[in-house]
Design a protein around this ligand. Structure first.
Ligand SMILES: Nc1nc2c(ncn2[C@@H]2O[C@H](COP(=O)(O)OP(=O)(O)OP(=O)(O)O)[C@@H](O)[C@H]2O)c(=O)[nH]1
Ligand SMILES: [Mg+2]
Length: 368
């Protein structure tokens, strides 16, 4: 089955009647689901539609920009030639896909066009998208799933420069895991910025989970020690640790992180199970260089890419995985509590190309 057909089956309502998935209707739909009249299959289908909808809304800016540029490109260059590929490269680079990834992608497209004798640019439209997914999934030795322990405590350390969305993401993660029935606790490791501890406490209240903290200015490693011990004692499933985004200088920040890790490992030797680096998608290439500096000094097991809803350059996801070799594990698609979603390449591509997917109907052509 072609990629677009598969995505269409996965995310779009089967009924002719298009469901309104917007805010208030969600609650009534959930209630309708609770009456026991719906099968597991139907529930899973409904859930997929919800997730598809979230990605579609969150990636709206990127989708609009990308699609209009691709349409313009196809209108301007009708025949597949070097000029077309060069113009396509420009479009992809301006979407923050990343230079090396763009070159890899267009080289493969050149090959596909040659082998299949494709001369009409519009025939390459779907292949462009397919190749993006293919390239994304190629580096398959990277663990995409979040390393949550089946039993015992899971420690998640959340790092990143100031303002990228660490604390907000922690709140959303806590909410997500709590919804899944886990026992969640937060550790207020940003003791440096005035107000940071309070901000985390507000999140703790909002999603109803405990927050372990000490006074402003205290040693964050000591907070971690307290928190891990408390989590073990209370039988917590998941401890999520906030950290400072800014200290006197970069060296201090990195030293502090390694000290925190050491202290955590004294109590739970295999922790942290995840070190999530939060990056702000709206900062584009700057996010990539932040990731490089963090990667140099500390292990990063996954990226939380926030504010995708705020950028038209959603191609950054591809650049992160291909150019840094770190999987994106979560994406921020908005400011609501459930707008932090687990990343998945198909959901992402659906969000970026939903209109093209919708139009895929009736096109029975399949390319090998
Ligand atoms: N639109 C949108 N806004 C977001 C998202 N994630 C975070 N934000 C906003 O980004 C701003 C900064 O978020 P924080 O969580 O305070 O960032 P931080 O990394 O903890 O910042 P410091 O504590 O200063 O290091 C807040 O206004 C959030 O609402 C997202 O996915 N989408
Ligand atoms: Mg913070």
């Amino acid at each position: 089955m072609s990629l677009f057909k598969r995505l269409k089956d996965k995310f779009q309502p089967k009924s002719n009647e298009v469901k309104d998935l917007s805010d208030e209707s969600l609650e009534s739909q959930t209630e309708a689901l609770d009456d026991g009249l719906i099968s597991i299959d139907e529930f899973e289908e409904w859930e997929q539609e919800q997730i598809g909808y979230k990605f579609k809304v969150g990636l709206e800016k990127s989708r609009e920009k990308f699609q209009s540029e691709i349409n313009e490109l196809m209108a301007r260059y009708r025949t597949v030639d070097e000029d077309f590929f060069e113009a396509l490269e420009e479009v992809l680079i301006s979407a923050d896909v990343g230079f090396n990834t763009v070159m890899e992608l267009t080289d493969e497209l050149r090959h596909v066009a040659k082998v299949n004798n494709i001369t009409d640019t519009s025939e390459l439209r779907e292949t462009i998208v397919e190749k993006m997914v293919e390239i994304y999934e190629r580096n398959d030795n990277l663990p995409e799933t979040v390393n949550i322990q089946e039993e015992g405590l899971t420690v998640i350390l959340v790092v990143g420069v100031n303002g990228v969305g660490k604390t907000t993401s922690i709140g959303k993660l806590a909410h997500k895991y709590k919804q899944e029935g886990k026992n969640v606790m937060l550790a207020a490791g940003d003791t440096f910025r005035a107000g940071a501890i309070n901000q985390l406490k507000v999140w703790g209240e909002r999603v109803d989970v405990d927050v372990i903290s000490q006074a402003e200015g205290s040693d964050p490693a000591a907070v971690m020690f307290d928190a891990v011990n408390a989590a073990k004692k209370r039988g917590t499933d998941i401890l999520i640790c906030d950290t400072a985004g800014r200290l006197q200088n970069k060296g201090n920040l990195m030293n502090e992180l390694s000290k925190m890790k050491k202290v955590i490992q004294k109590v739970v030797p295999e922790a942290p199970h995840e070190s999530l680096l939060v990056l702000d998608a709206t900062t584009g290439q700057n996010a990539l260089s932040q990731a490089k500096s963090f990667k140099d000094v500390t292990d990063v097991s996954g990226i939380v890419l926030t504010k995708l809803d705020g950028t038209a350059k959603g191609g950054i996801v591809l650049a992160i995985k291909n150019e840094l070799g770190i999987p994106v594990k979560f994406v921020g698609l908005g400011e609501q509590l459930d707008d932090l979603q687990e990343f998945n390449a198909e959901n992402y591509v659906y969000g970026l190309f939903a209109d093209m997917v919708s139009n895929a109907e009736g096109d029975d052509e399949e390319r090998a």
